[in-house]
Design a protein around this ligand. Sequence first.
Ligand code: CA
Length: 434
Amino acid sequence: MTSLNDTHNPKLTSWVPSANEIGSDFPIQNLPMGVFRNAGSNGEYRGGVAIGNQILDVGKAFDAGQLKGDAAAACKQSTLNTLMGLGRGHWVSLRDQLSRLLRSGGNEKEGRTCLVDMAGAEMTVPARIGDFTDFYSSINHATNVGRMFRPENPLLPNYKYVPIAYHGRSSSIRVSGTPTKRPTGQLKGPDAETPNFDACRRLDYETELGVFVGPGNVLGYPIPLEEAEDHVFGLCILNDWSARDIQTWEYQPLGPFMAKNFSSTISPWIVTLEALAPYRSAIFKRPKGDPAPLPYLHTKSHEGSGGLDINIEVAVLTDKMRKNGDLPHVIGAPNFKGMYWSVFQMLAHHSSNGCNLNPGDLFGSGTVSGTTPDTYGSILEACKGGKQTISFPGDEERTFLEDGDEVVMRAWCDGDGKARIGFGECRSVIVSAA
Ligand code: CA
């Protein structure tokens, strides 16, 4: 298991002043990785680490002799796939060096020459994502949605045995800040005889965490649960946009397709599993009567530490609110601790038939939802399938999303005596289908 060391010490501060501000997402204990270039330039993207409101150009620090090793050198590339494939020993060494360089008393004079102002940088998708798999690991989301279709029996009989997922599309994954175009597709109202082709009218977000895979496995050789965490590089925020009306008509018998593959948005910074070490928790406690996971999805140590205590929040900023200078209106705030299946169970299950994973593959956790309306991770749940309106400031109402609405997701960890670890933001505004 990732262990605590002096890089997690909550008392550490950085010589970058903004990293020490209360509420900063990127203090010295976080050190999330992303790829960036100077905004408006046509230069190559390169690997960086967020510190306060600055980015350390890791490859530049390597060239200057401030950082050593294969992991730092790999950050000179325009994606983090090589870094992800190197494995935990390399990641731990890089984190240790970054912490020493950037902490108070580190080499500020040299380090400063490798800093770029975050406000003057543009970010992109941090890896070449070969495959994208979207899970369905929140039992509360599965139950809330299942109840709309099968009130008597919301959960299907496989749910408590199988970490359910479908294979998604990686080509349409975009970084936070990229607008999302309303999709068009086949829609069929409940009373219509035949479908028509039109712009989606029931556009929704799904509040998820994304998991970037580190070293993969050889085809035919599963990754056992006890080794799963060596294959997890880190986590980001993921908005798995969903067209509910397209989905209703197409999803049987083979599952989601055009309702999902038009766009997914991720936050630019990957918070590493090392940074999350202080926030490991016991896995979700299954209620009495639920079956135990099959042996390949269970170990004693995983039961004690397979969970992650991460707060998530989803908010919407309408066009009118933006013009009024309002803050995004929070709709749901779930916690990742309540997931029925852990990140590690998802990974072990995915490879359990021998399916090979590769560095830079992305998993979606599935919509993270709690049991109460203020913890719902999709608007489908918040508006009860369109039956209930959601009130916004300025007398606006919504069921599903409208053009001009901007969805803003945030995630962070905090706790007594621990440094806050933030994920930054995942935001995207909806533009018209026309
Ligand atoms: Ca999803």
